[in-house]
Design a protein around this ligand. Structure first.
Ligand code: BG6
Ligand code: MG
Length: 218
């Protein structure tokens, strides 16, 4: 039996742009230059680790209290961006792939670093597709550590080498590879060079490819 694990931000929903806007807002406030290229390093990485990286970029050291205030501020800003989210922000052809797998009773998990994963899935109406949700509230070791995906596989009752992971982040591809899983990148092949296969988005993943994944021949 094969199991499928999906990252959330940048794979299922187009929230990567909102994370970027919220970090950019904080970076501007702190006088730190932060570009979309810098943002690649933030993808798949926990909120706390992102702020540590941002402060390192700015050569800043702060007290724990100030650190937590900025974490909170970034999240509030992010929440204001996603508050009006609905199904229109599901990335192209994601429902088609989820339906294909659900119709065949394939175990599916969400494996995300985000602490906002559940409310986002609820907002866009996709929560019920997943047999289990492993998110940033449960996982101590963030991607590129494989913990999030290993826990997802364990909960699905599928061995790691039978799992397929869809990821848009470098750190996530690394985590999937370390877990001994098949890693499929969603995004730019020039960035996701470590992935077993890369597609720009789910519109490029056809039924034949899905059949091959299920059969273990892809
Ligand atoms: C990941 C995103 O899914 O979640 C990261 O790719 C983000 O950019 C991380 O930092 C944590 O998200 P949140 O919602 O808990 O701040
Ligand atoms: Mg992601």
């Amino acid at each position: 039996m094969r199991g499928f694990i999906f990252d959330l931000d940048g794979v299922i929903v187009d929230t990567a742009k909102y994370h970027y806007l919220a970090w950019k807002h904080l970076a501007d406030e702190l006088g730190i230059t932060f570009t979309e290229e810098d943002n690649e390093r933030f993808k798949g990485v926990s909120r706390k680790r992102c702020l540590e990286i941002l402060l390192e970029m700015g050569g800043m050291e702060v007290s724990g209290e100030q650190f937590n205030r900025w974490l909170h501020e970034k999240n509030e800003d992010y929440l204001s961006h996603i508050s009006k989210m609905d199904a229109s922000e599901i990335l192209p052809d994601v429902p088609r792939v989820l339906d294909y797998l659900r119709d065949r009773n394939i175990p599916m998990a969400l494996g995300s670093a985000s602490k906002n994963a559940r409310p986002i899935l609820e907002k866009v109406g996709l929560l019920s597709y997943f047999n289990t949700i492993v998110d940033g509230n449960e996982v101590v070791k963030a991607k590129p550590d494989p913990q999030v995906f290993l826990l997802a596989a364990e909960r699905l009752g599928v061995s790691p080498n039978q799992c397929v992971v869809f990821e848009d982040a470098l750190a996530g591809i690394e985590a999937a590879n370390k877990a001994g899983m098949q890693s499929i990148g969603i995004g730019d092949p020039d960035i996701l060079t470590e992935a077993d296969a890369v597609f720009r988005d789910f519109t490029e993943i056809d039924v034949d490819y899905l059949r091959g994944l299920l059969a273990g021949s892809q």
